[in-house]
Design a protein around this ligand. Structure first.
Ligand code: TYD
Length: 154
């Protein structure tokens, strides 16, 4: 078996067995000053992966939802850089909802977790640090398909 096949099998197992309890809020460093605060995220120190991409959601109209998908290999750290929103995680068995409203906290999401983002406050910015570049093949956008993946039927 090649190293590529082995890596693929391992990431497949990781994706299928991950639980919402593997996802956690990470407290980032906060350098407080009267002139303003700074929070820092460093590769393999504050996040347990190497950041390959950063993107951010903004100007989300009130009442809109984002997400509603899972990733097969991607790990992410989601930060409310400004304002607030909720992130609901689902591993096919258990759901957990997190309120993100502090720029010095990040929600770590491991592969194989369905996520939905809601309740964006006006002017909020959802910053996402990601372990891989953009790959549309890494998405599962159909919930029934996600459940089949998690139960090992795909
Ligand atoms: P998507 O991840 O589907 O956003 P959400 O799940 O929050 O609705 O991304 C929406 C679109 O943006 C997608 O069709 C392609 C584009 N996009 C990129 O080109 N690169 C990226 O890194 C991301 C995250 C999205």
């Amino acid at each position: 078996m090649t190293i590529f096949e082995t890596t693929r099998i391992l990431s497949d197992i990781r994706m299928k067995t991950s639980k919402v309890y593997d996802c956690t809020m990470i407290e980032l460093s906060k350098h407080h000053a009267p002139q303003g605060n700074i929070s820092v995220v460093e590769n393999n120190k504050d996040v347990p992966f190497e950041v390959k991409r950063c993107y951010y959601l903004y100007d989300v109209p009130g009442g809109e939802s984002r997400g509603a998908h899972a990733h097969k290999e991607l790990s992410q750290l989601i930060i409310a850089a400004s304002g607030s929103f909720t992130v609901t995680l689902d591993d096919g068995e258990v759901k957990r909802t997190f309120l993100l409203n502090r720029p010095y906290q990040g929600l770590l999401i491991v592969p194989g977790i369905w996520r939905t983002l809601d309740d964006f406050s006006s002017g909020s910015v959802c910053m996402v640090l990601a372990s891989h570049g953009y790959d549309k093949e890494d998405y599962i956008r159909d919930y029934d398909e996600f459940i089949k993946y998690k139960k090992g039927r795909l």
